[in-house]
Design a protein around this ligand. Structure first.
Ligand SMILES: NC(=O)c1ccc[n+]([C@@H]2O[C@H](COP(=O)([O-])OP(=O)(O)OC[C@H]3O[C@@H](n4cnc5c(N)ncnc54)[C@H](OP(=O)(O)O)[C@@H]3O)[C@@H](O)[C@H]2O)c1
Length: 220
């Protein structure tokens, strides 16, 4: 069976990714900061994505094991409700680390594992809030860190293409989670079912695309 490694697997969208791939019979590696407290019924990996030592340790643990789908899902939205006058620049930097630098660092560390697999997909959970084409306002830290992720993955796709790895930037929808809030439009099952469908049909022909969970394309 194929193997998926998902970050931020303990709650929200990440946890539903774990549930759905387990139901499909995949080997699931659920990466999160506190595996002991997560109550996950699958293989786990202790991983604070923003900690380079944790990323190195994860690579050592995995060795040469193939990973068909590396799903960089963990993310933070630290500036909800902040305006220009109340911005926390420290939290903005944290968002850049968690939402942009960390996924690239993990992708670089595990590129050999993904290259050794059959499917060879890297997924990066982005957001419609990163789309500059939608002429957004507010949420400086979240939007800019995810827009930076979009650019970083656009660069990364060229470096991993020779390894046969395709990169997907995916918007999960506005989803009812701790981050999305109770008023969000869809539940985690709808979001993950849609994203899985997109990734099932994702090949090198599509690499670098910025897609929604329903398969539609987003303006950059
Ligand atoms: N919900 C939405 O409407 C929505 C819309 C667009 C995009 N997204 C994106 O979808 C992804 C998942 O969001 P969600 O709604 O499921 O959010 P969530 O419920 O707040 O869950 C966030 C997950 O990320 C993990 N995480 C945060 N910082 C981490 C770190 N340094 N190391 C490891 N894990 C870390 C959290 O782990 P802890 O429990 O340890 O904090 C948690 O598992 C995020 O990238 C988010 O930006 C969500």
């Amino acid at each position: 069976m194929p193997t998926v490694l998902v970050t931020g697997a303990n709650r929200g969208i990440g946890r539903e990714i774990v549930t759905q791939y387990m139901a499909d019979g995949w080997d699931v590696i659920a990466a999160c900061r506190d595996p002991d407290g997560a109550g996950l019924d699958c293989e786990t990996l202790a991983l604070d994505v923003a900690d380079p030592d944790d990323v190195e340790a994860a690579k050592r643990t995995l060795g040469d094991r193939p990973v068909d789908l590396l799903w960089n899902n963990a993310g933070i939205y630290p500036d909800k409700g902040q305006g220009l006058d109340t911005l926390s620049y420290a939290r903005w930097l944290e968002a850049m680390h968690v939402n942009c630098l960390a996924p690239v660092r993990l992708a670089a560390a595990l590129s050999g594992n993904v290259a050794a697999s059959d499917r060879r997909i890297m997924a990066f959970t982005s957001t419609m809030m990163a789309s500059i084409g939608r002429d957004p306002s507010g949420a400086y830290a979240y939007r800019s860190s995810k827009a930076a992720l979009n650019m970083a993955v656009t660069c990364l796709k060229h470096d991993v293409r020779p390894l046969g790895i395709a990169c997907c930037l995916i918007h999960p929808g506005w989803v009812r989670t701790d981050m999305g809030g109770e008023a969000a439009a869809i539940d985690v099952a709808t979001s993950v079912t849609g994203m899985k469908r997109v990734l099932d049909g994702f090949t090198m022909e599509h690499t670098g695309r910025f897609l929604s969970y329903d398969g539609s394309e987003f303006p950059w």
